[in-house]
Write a protein that binds this ligand. Structure first.
Ligand code: CA
Length: 226
């Protein structure tokens, strides 16, 4: 899952990037409101973390412009103080949630997970497809109750696939959302990771879940039919 952080305070931005990357999210930072709005309008993010006090364009203005442009990405606002006015204003303008600074990173993470769930209209922190389960809090995966050891990138891939089950995902989409940049055409790193992930979740099971859609990309789904 790919997150855009719009925050001008370097210390906070660094702290957010490090913490979120440790949780296997791909993170991009914009350090002013204009740059943040441009990125948020042009690229596919799964979530935006938006500070209120920003140079060039403040968080409320950015939020208003994005919603006016029909950018529907979930937005978590960081308010400088726990002022009720700021919260109400943010929520009224189209923020999905807010968090007052200073905040505990664990609370930020819980809100991030909750917003990503809402995006996918799920209720549980455990993602399930057939007998495959992925716990987004502990990062543990199981198939038919048997534990699967995943590397960081494999976890990120599987989480993205499970949140987008039954959808065909191209290599470009996967590289953007997992690696946060576009690969030169011709590199096969996505395929290499997919092959590792596939052997971990499908080997030894009759029912295969990770399917290659020839000429298009990949899909995680129960049925082999396209
Ligand atoms: Ca700020």
């Amino acid at each position: 899952m790919r997150i855009l952080v719009i925050e001008d305070e370097k210390k906070v931005a660094r702290f957010l990037r490090q913490g979120l990357e440790e949780e296997r999210y791909a993170v991009e930072i914009a350090s002013d409101g204009e740059r943040g709005e441009a990125l948020a309008s042009a690229e596919g993010y799964d979530l935006i973390i938006l500070d209120v006090l920003l140079p060039k364009k403040d968080g409320f203005e950015v939020l208003r412009s994005l919603r006016a442009k029909s950018v529907k990405t979930p937005i978590l606002m960081l308010t400088a103080k726990s002022s009720t006015e700021d919260k109400v204003h943010g929520l009224d303008t189209g923020a999905d949630d807010y968090l007052a600074k200073p905040f505990a990173f664990s609370e930020l993470l819980a809100r991030v997970r909750s917003l990503l769930r809402r995006g996918a209209s799920e209720k549980s922190t455990v993602l399930t497809l057939a007998d495959l389960q992925l716990d987004t809090v502990t990062h543990k995966a199981t198939r038919s109750g048997k534990g699967i050891d995943l590397t960081g990138k494999e976890y990120a891939l599987l989480e993205y696939f499970m949140r987008n089950a039954d959808r065909v995902l191209t290599r470009t989409i996967l590289s953007e959302h997992i690696w946060n940049y576009n690969f030169d055409t011709g590199t096969n790193i996505v395929d290499v990771y997919i092959n590792h992930l596939r052997s971990k979740i499908d080997d030894g099971f009759d029912k295969k879940l990770l399917h290659t859609i020839r000429g298009v990309g990949y899909a995680l789904k129960e049925s082999a039919q396209a």
